[in-house]
Structures are given as C-alpha cells and as structure tokens.
Design a protein around this ligand. Sequence first.
Ligand code: T1G
Length: 677
Amino acid sequence: MSEDTPVSVTMEKDGDVAVIIVNNPPVNALSWHVRQGLEDNFAAALGDDSVKAIVLRCAGATFIAGADISEFGKPPRGPDFNAVLNSIEAASKPVIAAIHGTALGGGLETALVCHYRIAVPSAKLGVPEVKLGLLPGAGGTQRLPRVVGVEAAATMTSTGDPLPAAKAKELGLVDELAGEESLAADAIAFARAKIADGPRPTRERRVFGDVAVIEQLKTANAKRWRGFEAPYANLACVEAATRLPFDEGLAFEREQFMKLMFGSQSAAQRHIFFAERQAAKIDGLPKDTQLRDVKKVGVIGAGTMGGGISMNFLQKGIPVTIVEMQQDALDRGVGVIRKNYDASAAKGRFKPEQVDQMMGILTPTLSLDDLADCDLIIEAVYENMDVKKDIFGKLDKIAKPGAILASNTSYLDIDEIATATSRPGDVLGMHFFSPANVMKLLEVVRGEKTAPDALATAMAIGKKIGKVAVVAGVCDGFIGNRMLKPRQIEAMNLLMEGATPAQVDKVHVEFGMPMGPFQMSDLAGVDIGWHRDPNRIESIRDALCAEGRWGQKKQAGFSDYDHKRQPSESARVAELIEEYRTKAGTQKREISDQEIIERTLYPMVNEGALILAEGKAQRASDIDVVWIYGYGWPVYRGGPMFWAGLEGTDKIVAALEKHGFEIAPLLKEKADAKSGF
Ligand code: T1G
C-alpha cells in the first residue's frame, strides 16, 4: 500500500479472533482505498496462524452502504471489487460480518461473501442498485438466491427495498441478532463459536425457491417499471442463477451490469441521487448559520392545500394551529384531515391511536391571534396579492419575533408580500405541490431580503417533514410552473394546428411522464384561472370552460371521462377545436410526434436555461430535482436539464430555431460548446 493511500481499514485482535474494521465516513462506501485495505488486512489475518476466525465490521454510523458511486465513470483505481470479495469468500478461516446501520448494495454483497452474518435489530439490509438504474454487480444476484431463495432475491433486487434485520434473520440472510449496543463483543463471541464449523462459502450453497415469482413480479409491477431497464435486468440475473453454475451466473451478471452502467438510464438515476442531496445545500450560506427552532407551526387556510400542509407536520409530531375565517370551512378542513388519516390507517399506514395523537396536536381556530406562539406560519389562502398582503400585515403584528412567515403561493411575488411586513428577513415562500401531504417537492422561495437563517430553517424543516426541498428565486412560477407555462402554451398551439389532445398526451406518456399536458389540465381543472365569462371566448380553453368542460370533476374536459375517470377522445372537443381553428383562420395539418417533443419539451429546457442565467435556481440539477419530484419526469431520463445533455443541446437549439423560438443565451452557449448543463 503506498504512503498516500488513506488508512480506512484497520485490524485488531481479540485472542484468536481478528477484527477488521472499515472506517470511511460518512457511509463506509467501498472506495478504492477501502478495497485496498480489505485486501491487505484479510491477507494479514489469513497469514497469521494465531487467528482462527475473522470479524468484519465498520466504525461510524453504518456498515458498508455500497460501492462508492462517486467513483463510477472514472478510471478504475485500487483492487477490483469482485476479486476482493472472491478472496474473502475463499478464506480458509470463518469470516463473520457484523452489521449495523444499513448494509446496502456492495455492502450487502460484502456481507454475503462472509460466511456468517450477525446484525443488530435496527440494521437494514438491501440491494438498492436498481434505484440507481443498476444491479448488484458483485455477485449479489447470484449469492442472494443461495441464501434467501429465489422469491426473496427477486423481490429484493428488482424493488431495491431494504429488509429489517428481523426479516433478514427469518430469511436466513442474518444468522444471529446481536444486542443493539453490544455488536462488537457479540460478533467476536459468535465468530469464536463458528471456528469449529469453519468457512461456509456462499457460492457453494444451493439455489432454492420458485422461479415463477419472476414473471409474477413483472406482471405486478408493469406500470411502476414502465420504461425502466434495470428491474428486468435484475430479474434476468436472478433467473440465470437458477440454471447456471455459479461462475457462469457471475459472468452473466457482470455482462448485464456493464450494459446498465454504461447506459443512459443509470447515468440519469445516479445524477438524480446526487442532485437530490445537492439541492439541500444553499450556496454561500455562512458556515456559522444557526437554524431557528420550529416547535410549533401555524397554517392559515384549511382548504385542500392548508389541510395537506398541516398533515406533513402533524405526522412528524409537530403541533399545528390551523386558522380559517368561517367555522364551517374550519370544521370541513379538519374533517378532511381526519378522513385522510383514517383512510391511511385503514391501509395500515398508521395505528388508530397514532391518528388520535396527530389529531390531538391540531388546534383549529378562527383567530389569527392564536398564531402568536408559532415559530413558522404558512399562509395557504386564495391566490390573490391583496388578500395575502392583508394577512401578512396582520401577521407582522401578531407573530412573535423570529417567527418565519411563509406563503404557499405558487407564483405570486414574495418580495411584494414581504413589503406588507416590517420584517422582510422572516418572509419567504414554501410552495407545496398538491396533494401537499403526498407530493415530495417543496420549492422554498428566497425573497430579496430573506435572512439566510430563515431560508436554511425552511430547507431543514422541509427535509424533516420528508420533502425534497429546492431553493427557488422570485419569478412568475418560480422553477417548476415557470417551465410548465411554455409547455402548455405550445400544447394549445399544436391543437390549433392539427394535433389532438390524445396525441399530445400520448407522446408525453410514452416519453415517460405520468400524464400529458391535457390530462394534467383535466385533473387539476381546466377552469383554473378562467375569467368565468362564458360569452368571452378568446381561446380553445375558454370554449371548453364556457360549455362546462372543466375537467375530470365534470366528467368532461379535453377528454370525456367515465365514472371511473377513464378518459376517452371527445367528438365535441374536436368540433370546438375545429370551430375555433376556422374562426382563427388556421390551416389544419399533420403534426408528427417528434414535432410535439420539439415544441413542448425543448421549450422547457430553454426556460430552464433562462431560470439558471437569472439565478432563480442555484444549479441545473436543482431544476432536474424539481421536475422529478414535482411533476413525475421519468427519473431514468434525469430531469429536463440532464436530458438536454443526452438529447444534445445543439440538436435542441436547431429545432427551437426551426420553430421560431428565441434561444436562451445560456442554452446557445451550451449548444455551441456541444455540452450539457
Ligand atoms: N457512494 C458515494 N457516496 C455516497 C454513497 C455511496 N454509495 N451513499 C451515500 N453517499 C454520500 C451522499 O452523497 C452524501 O454525501 C453522504 O454520503 C450522506 O448520504 C457493485 C454497484 C446510506 C441510506 O445505493 O441510500 O453498491 O451530500 O445524505 O440520509 O453492487 O446515503 O454529504 O456530500 O444519503 O443518512 C449501492 C446509497 C451503491 C446506497 C444514508 N448503495 N446511499 O442515508 O445520508 S451501487 C446505495 C443511501 C453498488 C455494487 C453496486 C444513503 C444511506 P454529501 P445521505 P443518509
């Protein structure tokens, strides 16, 4: 080992048991120097005649949480991962993995080449590679069927969900449960007890279980896995384990792994893995920024948004005071919260007593004065600037010093709202996405005068309630909705020129979106933002609204809907479009699917480039995170800005120019450099 190799693996001896300890914070990833350290320390332990058994454990928060994803795509360094694992498995002395925290991916594969496994009850064990568009590429798909059987192996690899230690023990993945606080000692005792049994190489164990589960999983997950490659590659490897000798199965796994590793889907999913974590960071935040305490939250408005927002805090044990102006609206809002929790409890998500607990820390009131002791107040009322400024003016007098005053507005100017108070440093936006208790995205809108600690606190509380929070700047629509706008405008233009709502929606769904622009309008409500004058028809949308075609809620929007909300093409909508097209004197023509992509998705990239250039998003990857978690952009395409790199920014610019768009300078710059964002 050369002197510049970090020492991340050490060895201690307890009598005749060697204890090899990995210490590579924060998650003991199998970086090159860890692999080097394992190779060196196992060689030393195996070469020491006084050593009769070997324990492998980790310092810090967790057992090995996987290969070091940050090394992927870089020139290989240090010993080959498979070679290190195979040498551990071939050890002439029993090797025991002592597991705490999360043994994930390459971490679990390392535990699998150990001959026995002991874990603390709170440990979790899994192979989440599929969530990175990969598969366990160090023997996991071949060894798991030999330890837990085909059914469990197929489920673990294709879903990526970890198992709690107790379940792992039930399946035979863990041989012994240690005391929560005595893993080190229990592992040594367990190792000593295994000296007589000797090594138990996993590769020599027999695959068992019913291969039929593989087709069953494919059928059960067809919708969820639509467009993804990795789940099917994982299942193909597990299936191979049922019919190939170990080494041939390993070779098949390697081949499948390399295909995924060098494919665009894994690059996209790994991009999002890091992008999500990067989004939590605020560039330039002073190092000594202290977060404000948030022990009590106030929510103004008990409608759909106010109720959903409140639920996020209640289920994390944070008391909420919810304010409405009218008693019946307040009662209705509280009733909806209870109904939602009861529905979740019926599905087993909460125990009934938990629902009572959560409802017990919800305080309904008609008076804003009752928000005086709240640390964070979120306004979620009607999208009207005057209404919001009136409320913030009152809050300025009621709220305690240091309370954060947030608006859930989806596009209004936070800076203008802040002028209604004497404390603009405490004012920011917290834009939740409907349904607020379900959608993970939270846009935290930073006003001109928002204080750094207020912003950092809002980001931290967002993470605490399980959201993926992204900093946005003040502009119309912030990040997500601002990019949605050009997409919706062009989608309407395409109808005028000859496309149908179903065709545009189909192109988006085939691209990987959960729904197309018109399905989204019908779901949200075609009448959102409509002027409500049925005689004023200035667009196709006005024509639909004038006829009461307000979307799913009226069983008619851009499509017709049956009682199960199943859509079908509407002859009436086709007539309305034709009437409107004739009135406007627009010629109908054939529109290709490619043109739909170029005129609805490419303008989003263009808008994203403007958002970046204006500093309304901290980084391109933040924009990707917004679209993945706010609108269901397919994660295997990495978000609009990452996808622009895959598509080719030069190709995008050429198409946008062809369709007459004004090109964002930053996008032009990337295109000229033939680079992504
Ligand atoms: N490689 C590199 N960095 C990692 C990492 C990894 N595997 N896992 C986490 N980090 C970084 C992360 O970016 C963050 O960095 C910090 O650690 C804390 O992470 C061959 C090919 C373990 C459950 O997919 O699920 O093995 O932002 O904020 O909330 O078959 O990290 O601080 O600079 O998420 O406590 C398979 C991925 C890899 C597990 C901890 N393993 N990690 O959650 O902390 S592929 C995974 C996680 C593989 C082999 C294959 C979580 C966690 P920074 P964090 P956390």
